[in-house]
Design a protein around this ligand. Structure first.
Ligand SMILES: Cc1cc2nc3c(=O)[nH]c(=O)nc-3n(C[C@H](O)[C@H](O)[C@H](O)COP(=O)(O)OP(=O)(O)OC[C@H]3O[C@@H](n4cnc5c(N)ncnc54)[C@H](O)[C@@H]3O)c2cc1C
Length: 177
């Protein structure tokens, strides 16, 4: 009787384990569940962009988004927030709509991996890689000492209000318990 129960439990465990392995294999074959793509530079997905005007307009808009993202990144991010930024930069590189720019940018990311430990680290890194692109395109270098003022979105008031309201909510939570 005990032996029969043990054999049944053993078969059940085998069944569950093989089912889970099957799911993982399917997910892997579909490219799901793998975070590899998000943690390193990769092959450009978009084709080459021949139109120079479009390339420059896209570049200006993209740099604005990137630098503003860094300027609004937390001073003290959680590990999850830092990983989100790292993944974002790597996916941004692979999917950048100018394929030739994306390939060059991928090489830059290999040389200068994204710095995601704080707002100032991310902003300084962004300024540095932008300057590397400027250098290759024979443009003027930007003075990275001014990066904080240059991309100040004027959001300090919003951030203070949000912080205050979080502190207030915490206070309310304490009183209710
Ligand atoms: C990831 C990426 C890769 C690119 N790769 C290529 C490429 O391979 N070939 C190509 O032809 N174009 C590329 N571009 C576009 C290129 O970088 C420029 O955006 C485009 O040539 C327009 O240049 P711009 O002179 O108007 O100023 P941009 O370089 O677009 O800069 C916009 C503004 O940002 C400020 N700025 C300049 N340098 C910095 C810095 N270091 N840090 C912070 N702010 C700064 C200045 O005020 C400047 O006016 C790329 C763009 C991006 C986002």
């Amino acid at each position: 009787m005990i032996l029969a129960a043990a054999v049944t439990i053993f078969i059940f465990i085998l069944f569950v384990a093989s089912f889970r392995n099957g799911q993982t294999a399917t997910a892997k074959s579909q490219g799901l569940g793998s975070t590899k793509h998000f943690n390193e530079p990769g092959a450009a997905i978009a084709p080459k962009l021949g139109n120079e005007t479009a390339k420059a307009e896209l570049g200006r808009a993209a740099w604005k988004v990137l630098h503003t993202t860094f300027a609004r990144f937390p001073d003290k991010p959680t590990q999850d927030e830092s990983e989100a930024l790292r993944s974002y930069i790597h996916l941004f590189q692979r999917l950048y709509p100018c394929g030739d720019c994306a390939s060059h940018f991928g090489e830059l990311l290999k040389k200068f991996p994204p710095q995601v430990s704080s707002r100032s680290a991310a902003a300084a890194w962004g300024c540095h890689v932008h300057n590397q692109v400027n250098k290759r395109l024979k443009k003027d270098m930007f003075d990275c000492a001014n990066i904080g003022d240059f991309y100040d979105c004027g959001c300090a008031k919003d951030e203070k209000e949000e912080k205050d309201s979080k502190i207030k909510d915490k206070g309310k939570g304490k009183r209710n318990h």
